[in-house]
Design a protein. Structure first.
Length: 246
């Protein structure tokens, strides 16, 4: 009987805690999503700012490389007048073509960096109002949640304290089983007999089993959904607060 009392009391406390969670609605999820979105934008802005700081240095380094290629090209061109055969001339021509191609690739790289600079500047311009909007929306959502939480904080604290007391004095295996059913059955672990059926899945319970459940001598599980079943009178007595946590 004591085990049944503990389980039904635990169910009552959990249902009351669930009601408080429902009162908060999806505000916690909204806050989490807003924080993630805000963090993502801020990271993008930081990356853009970092690129803008480094971009000019990258362009300068590439221009130095281009000038070096031009100097090599001029050197190869002068050497062409000193070659002794076609093979040497062709080799220098090949090197000059390679330098020209390299310089062309470097010019394209500079243009790509300039284009990225422009995009990064746009990111910062567009992000600023977006960040301000998200920060204000986040502030509003947190204020709403704080208002709701403030009104229910004492009640939640008492319920959690009572729940802790029950768990501490109850067999761990029983609590583990309770938590597994709770996770699998949307929070409904302990149910009462309703019109000869399980109050969770509404499958009919054999008359002999109903009689045993009503005795309240041990814990019975529904053969179909696995929930714990107790008599209607005993369930209602505890759920209505006739029995309290001590």
């Amino acid at each position: 009987m004591e085990n049944l009392k503990t389980l039904v009391l635990l169910q009552r406390l959990d249902l009351q805690l669930d009601d408080l969670t429902i009162m908060r609605g999806d505000l916690p999820d909204q806050i989490e999503d807003l924080e993630a979105e805000l963090e993502g934008i801020k990271v993008t802005v930081l990356n853009a700012e970092k690129f803008l700081k480094e971009a000019d240095g990258q362009i300068d380094a590439i221009r130095v490389e281009i000038e070096a290629s031009k100097e090599k090209t001029a050197k190869y061109k002068a050497q062409q007048f000193e070659v002794r055969n076609n093979r040497e001339y062709d080799a220098l021509t090949k090197e000059m073509d390679s330098m020209a191609k390299h310089a062309e690739e470097m010019d394209k790289k500079i243009e790509a960096i300039k284009a990225q600079k422009e995009e990064s500047s746009k990111v910062n311009l567009l992000a600023d109002p977006k960040i301000k909007h998200l920060e204000q929306e986040l502030k509003d959502r947190k204020a709403q949640l704080e208002d709701i939480t403030r009104d229910t904080l004492d009640e939640e604290r008492i319920l959690l304290s009572d729940r802790k007391k029950l768990i501490e004095k109850t067999d761990k295996k029983m609590i583990d089983q309770y938590e597994r059913i709770r996770a699998a059955r949307d929070g409904k672990v302990v149910v009462k007999i309703q019109r000869g059926a399980c109050g969770g899945c509404f499958k009919v319970i054999p008359l002999q089993r109903q009689a045993e459940i009503k005795k309240g001598t041990r814990v019975f599980h529904c053969e179909h959904c696995g929930r714990i079943i107790v008599s209607e009178i005993y369930f209602d007595e505890i759920m209505n607060g006739a029995l309290a946590v001590k």
